[in-house]
Design a protein around this ligand. Sequence first.
Ligand code: PLP
Length: 359
Amino acid sequence: MTAPAFGRFFLPGPTDVHPEVLAALVRPMIGHRSGAMERLLQGMQLPLARLFRTSRTVLVGTTSATGFMELAARNGVRRRALSLVNGSFSERFAKLVQACGKECLRLDVPPGCAVEPDMLRDALRRSPVDAVTVVHSETSTGVLQDLEALAAVVREFDDVLLLADAVTSVAGSPVETDRWQLDFALTGSQKALALPPGLALGVASERMLERAKTLPNRGLYFDLVSFTEATVKHQPTNTPAISLLYALETQLARIERDGGVEARWRRHDAMRSRVEAWSEQRGVPYLPREGRRSWTVSCLKVPEGKSAKAIVGGLKEAGWTIGAGYGPLKETTIRIGHMGDHTVGALEELLALLDGLMT
Ligand SMILES: *Cc1c(COP(=O)(O)O)cnc(C)c1O
């Protein structure tokens, strides 16, 4: 099997991994309690903090992103959370809160919509909770929530933590962990960071860490307190996915070399607006409304008489990959995951192919 060249794999996660990053995976092992490991972890802290726009410690775990969603629920929810549900991943967050033995109230909006700040304020006034879960960029519908405004609403209430899944926003569109006062912000390696899957990354606020200390049943693998203690000493909690850490180190250096996280945001914004222009010209509507569209994944409605399966299959034949709709949207939408190391140039080629298949 010959793999297609880099730049044609537009799945909304895992996304394409640059050859320079893939090359880092073949480096020899080091001991996970060695000085070399300590230097590796220490060296990544500053670029990771710049990525998350935080002055706090960035946790790196060997787990898919869902593992850190579980960490958020175990360490951030005392008794009862309000989960903002507008698609499959935010639904997962709600289910996870319950699976961790906590009560979960839901604020549901239809797929393709965002939860607006007033709706959140009303819900918090009606029912007291001690945490709110939210998905910033809902990858199943392509909706980008106004996380900054939602966070400001949460701050109006006393002792409520905001737990944010920023899996397809960190490294792809602005996430200001400190400035927006997010209590937990998490991502995974295989989305806008464009690494192979297997790592989760997150930042917890001081409030969250203090609350965690008071909660029983934090478990062991995802105990925020011991995880943080190890991380500040540049130690892994257990044997980490060492090869993925090499890839992360390489990718962080590439991000810094290419102008930092802000340049990365600008490239993603350019990709988003390129798809927007195409959709307008061709009359192919988006699922989310203007102003609430993710910078990393574009979710488009399949025109009447066309089939999502045929569109995705036609691209596959030409050597390109995009995502079909997710879950209940499988037949009616397609999703272009223009995230990570993709470029406007490659996206142009993809859209030219879509012209023939979708319009
Ligand atoms: C992909 C994704 C997840 C889950 O990631 P895993 O790494 O598969 O656990 C969670 N939330 C969002 C928004 C995602 O896009």
